[in-house]
Design a protein around this ligand. Structure first.
Ligand code: FAD
Length: 701
C-alpha cells in the first residue's frame, strides 16, 4: 500500500517536473542584459521625471529604442555618456534641452472674465477658456511651478514663470500642464528652426521683422546688462548683428506701439550697441553648433543670404561650403553699401566670426561657368542653396544710354568697393530714388563731384531709407524731383555732356500704391553732366541656371526671380533651395538673412526627413487684433539720436564711418522706454514717481 502511494507521489512529482521543464522552455522570457546594465548607470532616483515608471522602466525604454541616451533627466552628461557607451551609441556633447517660456505677458494682460476664484491655469482654461484678454498668453496661476519636481520654475516679478536653467532637467512636466502652450522644452536646434506662429507671443515688432528676431527678449536682456544673452538671442535668427545694426531700415520700428505715444523704440540702435560691445571687447561670444553630421551642402553666393544659410546649416551640424564669384564675401554689403555706412573692417570681423564655425569657402568660383548643379552632386553635395542676389541692372531705354560717362550705380559702387579707378567727372547726375541711387550720389560727393539726383516722383515716394535721403541733402546732393530722363546728349567723341529730361506730375496711384508720374508734354529740359549713374532697379542674373542647350530645370518667375515655395524656399528641384534677392528681387539685408535661415531649416529637414515642412499656423501677415491705433496712459519719453562720429563738414571728403553707437547709458534709457509688448499686453507705464531719464526705471525692472 505504502509502496504504491510512494510510487504515485513519485509519478506526480516526475510529471510536474516534466511540465515545469517544458513550461520553462515555452514561457521563458529573455531579458536583454543591457537593461540591467543601463539601469545600473542611471541616477537611481526613480523620480519618474523621464516619463517612465522608475529607472528600470527607463532602462527598458532605452534598450527598446524608445528613449535616447539622455533619458535620465537628473543624470546630466555623465550618465548620458555612460548609457550611450553601453548602447554603442556615439555621445558627443548633446544639445542641452531646457524649458523655454516665450510669453512676456502674464498678469499684464487684462482679465476678460469675472469668475469664482479658480487659481489653477488648467481649470481656468477649461472653465473660462482662460481669464485673460490675450488668447495665447500665460494665465499667471503658476500651475507649472507646482508641477516642477526640481524647483526650477518660480513666478517672476512680472507675473509669468521664470525658469532657472541650471535646475531645469527638461523633464517636460511644466510643458504638459501648461494649457496655453507657453512653455516648450527646447534645444538649440528647435529654437533655430522655429518659424513665427500666430499663437507665439509676437509683439508687433517681432511680427514685422523679416528676420523674425525676438526683439522684446533681447531688449530686455540688454536692459539687464546681459549683452551676451542678447547676442545669443539675436544669433538664433541672424548671424550679422554688426552689419544689420548699421544698415537696417528697421521695419520693426514702424509698428512699434511706443510710436503711438511719442517715438518708436530705437530697436536697431539697441542691437547695434550689443553688437559693437562684442566687437570692441575683442572677444567673440561662443556660438554653439549641433554635433557634426558630415552632410555636405553647397551654398552658392556669399552675400547675406548665403552667409546666413551657411551659418545656420553649420549650427545645425552640417558641412556647408560657400561658392562665391568675387574675391571676398559679403555681396552687396561689401560691393554696394559704402564704407561710410558699413566699414569693411567691421564687415570682415563679422564674416570671420561666421567662417570660424567651420565653414569652407571657394572664392572666384562662378556658378554656371566654373561649376553647376550636376558637378556639385558629383562632388557629394546633397543639397544646394542658391543665393546669388540681383546684380543685373535695368536699362533706361533712352537714346545714347551706352555713351561714355554713363554707368550703372552698382558698377560704380563696386569699383569703389574694390578700390578701383572710377573715372568719375565733376558734374554727376544720378538717376533713381532707391538706396543704390543715394549711395552713388553720396559716394560721388566724397570723390569731389557736384551731384544732382534726378527722380521721376517726389521725395515722399522715394524708396530709399529716409535717414539716407536727409543725409544726402545735408551732404550737398541736390534733388531734382518729378523729372524723367528722355535722352543722353553727347559730344563728338561720344561722351555725355547733358541729359535731356521731361518734367512729370503725379497722377492716380499705380499697383504699388504710389501715385503714377505722368509726363508734361513739351517740358523737355537739359541738365549738364559729365558723368551719369543710373540706378533704376536690378534683377537677378539667371542665365547661369541655363545649360548650353538653353534648358533649365528650375522655374523663373515673371519678375525674373527664381521661383520657390514661399515658406520652405524649395525650388522645382527637391534638393535645391533659394533665398535673398535672387528669390525676392531687390529687397533688404534683413530679408536676405531671414530667408537664409529659413532655407537652412528646410535643408535640415530635407536631409533628415526627405522634405521640408512648415506648421499650419505660420504667421505671415500682421496679426490684426494686436495692431493698436492708440496706446493710452503711457508717459512721454524722448528717443535718443545716434551720435555722429565725424562732423558735417568733414563728411563730404571722407569715407570714415558716420554714425556711432549709443552710449551704454543712452542704450539703457532706450530699453527703458520699451513697453515690453506681448500679443496684446504691454507695460502701461513705470510705477509712479519713477524717472526714466534719471535711470531709476532700470532699478525697477
Ligand atoms: P547679394 O548681397 O547680392 O549677394 C549675392 C552674392 O552672390 C554676391 O556675393 C555675389 O558676388 C554672388 N554671386 C552672384 N552671382 C554669382 C554666381 N553666378 N556664382 C557665384 N556667386 C555669385 N539693404 C538694406 O537693408 N539696407 C541698406 O541700406 C541697403 N543699401 C543698399 C545699397 C546698395 C547700393 C545696394 C545695391 C543694395 C542695398 N541694400 C540695402 C539691399 C541689400 O544689400 C540686398 O538686399 C542684400 O545684399 C541681398 O542679399 P543676397 O545675399 O540675396 O544678395
Amino acid at each position: 500500500m505504502i509502496t504504491s502511494s510512494v510510487l504515485i507521489l513519485l509519478g506526480i512529482g516526475f510529471t510536474a517536473a516534466v511540465i515545469l521543464a517544458v513550461a520553462s522552455k515555452v514561457l521563458y522570457v529573455y531579458e536583454d542584459p543591457r537593461i540591467a546594465q543601463v539601469e545600473s548607470v542611471l541616477a537611481g532616483a526613480n523620480c519618474g521625471g523621464c516619463g517612465y515608471p522608475g529607472c528600470a522602466g527607463a532602462a527598458q525604454g532605452v534598450v527598446e529604442g524608445k528613449a535616447g541616451a539622455t533619458v535620465c533627466v537628473i543624470g546630466g552628461d555623465t550618465v548620458a555618456a555612460n548609457v550611450a557607451a553601453i548602447m554603442g551609441l556615439e555621445f558627443s556633447s548633446m544639445e542641452k534641452q531646457i524649458a523655454f517660456i516665450d510669453c512676456t505677458g502674464g498678469v499684464r494682460a487684462e482679465d476678460i472674465y469675472h469668475y469664482a476664484g479658480v487659481k489653477d491655469c488648467r481649470a481656468q482654461n477649461l472653465l473660462y477658456s482662460g481669464s485673460k484678454m490675450c488668447p495665447e498668453g500665460c494665465l499667471g496661476y503658476g500651475t507649472c511651478v507646482t508641477a516642477c519636481q526640481f524647483g526650477a520654475i518660480e513666478m517672476g516679478p512680472n507675473g509669468y514663470p521664470v525658469v532657472d536653467p541650471n535646475l531645469c532637467t527638461a523633464c517636460g512636466g511644466c510643458e504638459q500642464v501648461c494649457p496655453r502652450g507657453v512653455i516648450t522644452i527646447w534645444g538649440m536646434t528647435a529654437r533655430i528652426t522655429h518659424l513665427n506662429e500666430v499663437n507665439d507671443c509676437l509683439a508687433p515688432c517681432r511680427q514685422k521683422c523679416p528676420g523674425e528676431i525676438n526683439i522684446p527678449r533681447y531688449i530686455e536682456q540688454v536692459s539687464r546688462g546681459d549683452y551676451a544673452g542678447a547676442l545669443e538671442t539675436i544669433r538664433e535668427r541672424i548671424p550679422m548683428p554688426l552689419s544689420i545694426g548699421r544698415v537696417c531700415p528697421h521695419p520693426c520700428e514702424g509698428v512699434c506701439r511706443r510710436g503711438h505715444v511719442d517715438e518708436p523704440i530705437g530697436i536697431n540702435m539697441i542691437k547695434r550697441f550689443a553688437a559693437d560691445w562684442e566687437m570692441n571687447s575683442g572677444t567673440r561670444q561662443p556660438v554653439s553648433c549641433a554635433p557634426d553630421t558630415g552632410r555636405k551642402v553647397a551654398v552658392v553666393g556669399g552675400g547675406p543670404a548665403g552667409l546666413s544659410c551657411a551659418f545656420f546649416l553649420r549650427r545645425l551640424g552640417h558641412q556647408p561650403t560657400i561658392f562665391e564669384s568675387m574675391p571676398k564675401l559679403g555681396g552687396q554689403l561689401r560691393y554696394g553699401i559704402p564704407e561710410y555706412r558699413l566699414p569693411k573692417a567691421v564687415l570682415d570681423w563679422e564674416i570671420e566670426g561666421i567662417l570660424d564655425l567651420g565653414i569652407d569657402v571657394e572664392y572666384n568660383k562662378y556658378f554656371g561657368k566654373d561649376f553647376s548643379l550636376n558637378s556639385l552632386a558629383e562632388d557629394g553635395f546633397e543639397a544646394v542653396f542658391l543665393g546669388i542676389g540681383a546684380w543685373m541692372n535695368l536699362n533706361l531705354r533712352i537714346d545714347n544710354e551706352d555713351a561714355e560717362g554713363v554707368e550703372t550705380g552698382t558698377e560704380f559702387l563696386t569699383k569703389v568697393g574694390l578700390g578701383m579707378e572710377t573715372g568719375i567727372g565733376k558734374k554727376v547726375v544720378v538717376i533713381g530714388g532707391g538706396n543704390t541711387a543715394i549711395d552713388a550720389a553720396r559716394t560721388s560727393v566724397r570723390l569731389g563731384a557736384d551731384v544732382t539726383l534726378m527722380y521721376r516722383r517726389t521725395r515722399d515716394e522715394m524708396p530709399a531709407n529716409i535717414e539716407e535721403i536727409i543725409a544726402a541733402e545735408d551732404e550737398t546732393v541736390r534733388y531734382l524731383f518729378l523729372a524723367a530722363p528722355t535722352r543722353i546728349v553727347t559730344d563728338d567723341a561720344g561722351h555725355v555732356t547733358h541729359i535731356e529730361y521731361i518734367k512729370m506730375e503725379l497722377g492716380e496711384p499705380d499697383a504699388s500704391g504710389r501715385r503714377r508720374p505722368v509726363p508734361i508734354e513739351g517740358s523737355e529740359t537739359l541738365i549738364e553732366a559729365d558723368t551719369v549713374y543710373t540706378a533704376i532697379g536690378q534683377k537677378p542674373e539667371l542665365s547661369c541656371l541655363y545649360d548650353e542647350t538653353g534648358s533649365c530645370s528650375l522655374e523663373e518667375t515673371r519678375w525674373r526671380t527664381l521661383g520657390a515655395d514661399p515658406d520652405t524656399l524649395v525650388t522645382a528641384l527637391p534638393h535645391v533651395f533659394t533665398g535673398g534677392d535672387m528669390h525676392t528681387g531687390p529687397a533688404l539685408v534683413i530679408t536676405a538673412l531671414g530667408e537664409g535661415r529659413k532655407a537652412a531649416r528646410s535643408i535640415h529637414q530635407y536631409l533628415n526627413e526627405g522634405a521640408p515642412h512648415v506648421p499650419d499656423n505660420l504667421q505671415r501677415e500682421l496679426i490684426d487684433y494686436t495692431m493698436f491705433t492708440h496706446v493710452p496712459d503711457v508717459g512721454l519719453r524722448k528717443r535718443p539720436t545716434m551720435p555722429h562720429l565725424i562732423e558735417y563738414d568733414e563728411r563730404t571728403c571722407s569715407f570714415k564711418e558716420i554714425e556711432g553707437a549709443l552710449s551704454a547709458e543712452d542704450t539703457k534709457h532706450e530699453t527703458c522706454r520699451c513697453l515690453r509688448c506681448g500679443l496684446t499686453c504691454y507695460n502701461r507705464d513705470l510705477p509712479e514717481g519713477v524717472d526714466c531719464d534719471a535711470g531709476e526705471c532700470l532699478k525697477n525692472q
